[in-house]
Design a protein around this ligand. Structure first.
Ligand code: M6R
Length: 592
């Protein structure tokens, strides 16, 4: 959620501001910077974007910065990080949640400490001052031992020119480069500042000076450095809205993901392993959950496997039979989603094998999984996930095909026919993005809609869910998805003029069923937009049909979502929404 960064060296202020711009996608409620200068710790904070920060002090020795996604306390300047201890000696930035902050806050208040904010984070700064034992590192360790929850903390102090950091449950990495050492919540942001990066292990204390020293439970540990990867299709480099740029990258990104799947060893599971699994869970959150639904449906269909798509947070708190014969396919664009990480940790405790599908190398999920399949979407900046979804679908479709083949349920011939059929997918995506003006007009046509329903059956239901999520998250139009057959069990009561129903029919045997649904909703006053790769004749002027390029049905979800992504984008633009920074959201949800 929140983005944190800290660095040491002559350019520390400039570099911290640069990093904050890149971290803004993790939270944009407020931003702040703390710099150790000749005059002590100087702090600047502002609500809203990093651009709003007015920083007069450019010279400093050490700097820390923060972009906030509010959890505790409303969006205001007082609640922006960094927080400074009551004695003025410690400045703290924090990502995560300190669950027992209230107990410490009340105790400190009883001792006369005044709090400036409503956050859980401020308590860390005051505890550092209260328990300072002459050594910042041991004091930070002591304070973190007093805290519960999951958090990543970076501390600058007036007492020396080091940076101190602690990681428990929330991602944090350290780096070394020509300009000095640095610490950050986001591996991908490090590539600009460090030539070597190391991900901090759990419960790790880090001291950054000219070099980086790490301790876990009092024992000195060596950082495992790697060279940060430079991402393809980097949306940061593009002008205009990242969401639109990222949709335009889909044709190349799906091709890259397909090629990389094979270049990185294909399925990576042998026949013995595949036959050893009795059940497969596909877990993820939000958009990643929708790709889990597609992966699950295809694996059931092609391999006749007992499998289930589960929302990661539900997997954590409900009882899903799991043992050593269980494979958990965990899908996450960022690889940092707290709910997904908790789900895989639980699955591992119960003996399951974890197979990660992620867009970010060296993300926390990679370290939890036995198998990692990267999707090659390139860096995704927009809070609304688009290209990563299409790429997840490519990887999961190939996974299902190869798994079914390894299980003996799909012949070599059928497998190779599917693989050849993929060839049409990138060009189909390209055709659709080249029609973006048509989708812009369509969005304009329905701009008066006050409610939208997305409907479909089987694979189309997952696409419907993703279409509804995309539209609501960027435009705030109430929109929900239903399996088409469910409408008549209650939701039909909502149909009237001003309601838009988006119906998907990408599987031939379901087209007639879809037309029946459309007739039912339009006869009650709703407008309908039908997406199909098969011929559908509009039965009234309330029905508009989008003809999709023909691809094999197992690949249809990869392309049928593209018009919905474009529709959501243009609909939101028409309403004047900030598409890349929707209200109340953050790109990476690193708290439960
Ligand atoms: O990074 P992840 O794929 O784990 O993120 C999961 C969800 O938070 C994410 O897909 C979210 O739903 C997006 N904002 C959807 O556009």
């Amino acid at each position: 959620m929140c983005g944190i960064f800290g660095t040491i060296g002559a350019n520390c202020v400039t570099n911290t501001l640069l990093a904050l711009h890149q971290l803004e996608y993790r939270g944009y409620d407020s931003a702040g910077i703390g710099v150790k200068t000749e005059c002590g710790l100087q702090i600047e904070k502002s609500t809203g974007r990093v651009n709003a920060l007015k920083v007069d002090f450019v010279a400093g020795k050490v700097a820390i910065g923060h972009t906030r996604w509010a959890t505790h306390g409303k969006v205001c300047k007082q609640n922006a990080h960094p927080f400074v201890s009551y004695d003025g000696n410690f400045a703290v930035v924090h990502n995560g949640i300190v669950e027992n902050y209230l107990q410490h806050k009340l105790a400190l208040q009883r001792q006369g400490v005044e709090f400036a904010s409503q956050t859980d984070s401020e308590v860390i700064a005051h505890l550092l001052a209260k328990h300072f034992d002459g050594d910042v590192a041991t004091t930070l360790q002591k304070v973190c031992n007093m805290l519960t929850g999951s958090f990543a903390v970076v501390v600058a102090t007036s007492r020396d020119d080091n940076l101190y950091a602690y990681k428990r449950g929330s991602a944090l990495c350290v780096g070394k480069g020509k300009q000095g050492t640095c610490v950050c919540s986001d591996v991908a942001v490090m590539e600009q500042f460090a030539s070597s990066v190391a991900v901090l292990p759990e419960n790790c204390l880090a001291v950054l000076g000219n070099s980086v020293d790490l301790w876990v439970e009092g024992k000195h540990v060596e950082p495992c450095y790697f060279a940060p990867s430079h991402t393809d299709c980097d949306s940061n480099q593009l002008q205009g809205d990242a969401m639109l740029a990222e949709i335009f990258q889909i044709p190349d990104a799906v091709r890259q993901t397909y090629d990389y799947y094979f270049a990185s060893g294909g399925l990576c599971l042998d026949k013995k392993q595949v036959n050893g699994y009795k059940r497969v869970y596909f877990v993820g959150c939000g958009t990643a959950y929708h790709s889990a639904m597609v992966g699950c449906s295809l694996l059931q269909r092609l391999a006749q496997m007992d499998c289930q798509a589960v929302v990661a947070s539900e997997y954590v708190y409900d009882s899903f039979p799991t043992d050593k014969h269980t494979l958990v396919v965990a899908i996450s664009q960022s690889g940092e989603t707290a709910d997904t990480l908790k789900a895989v940790q639980k699955a591992k405790r119960q003996g399951a094998t974890v197979y990660a599908v992620t867009n970010v190398c060296n993300s926390s999920l990679c370290f939890e999984a036995s198998f990692v399949k990267f999707v090659k979407a390139g860096r995704e900046i927009s809070v609304a996930s688009t290209k990563a979804y299409n790429c997840q679908l490519v990887a999961l479709t190939l996974f299902a095909v190869d798994f079914a083949h390894a299980k003996g349920r799909l012949s070599a011939r059928a497998r190779s026919r599917y693989l050849t059929c993929f060839d049409k997918v990138p060009s189909a995506c390209k055709h659709l993005v080249s029609q973006s003006t048509a989708f812009a007009l369509m969005a304009k046509r329905y701009k008066q809609a006050h409610l939208a329903y997305f409907v479909g059956r089987r694979l189309d239901f997952a696409t419907a869910k993703e279409g509804a999520l995309k539209l609501k998250e960027v435009s705030y139009l109430p929109s929900e998805a239903y399996p088409s057959g469910e409408l008549k069990h209650g939701t039909l009561a909502m149909m009237e003029q001003g309601v838009l129903v988006v119906a998907l029919a990408c599987e031939k045997d379901l087209v007639d069923k879809c037309c029946n649904t459309v007739a039912e909703v339009t006869s009650r006053g709703a407008s309908a937009l039908v997406l199909s790769q098969y011929p559908v004749s509009p039965t009234s002027n309330q029905v508009q049909v989008v003809s999709l390029p023909a691809v094999d049905e197992i690949f249809a979800p990869i392309i049928s979502v593209v018009p919905l992504q474009l529709f959501a984008y243009y609909f939101a633009k028409g309403r004047g929404c900030d598409v890349d920074r929707p209200r109340n959201l953050a790109k990476s949800v690193t708290v439960e």
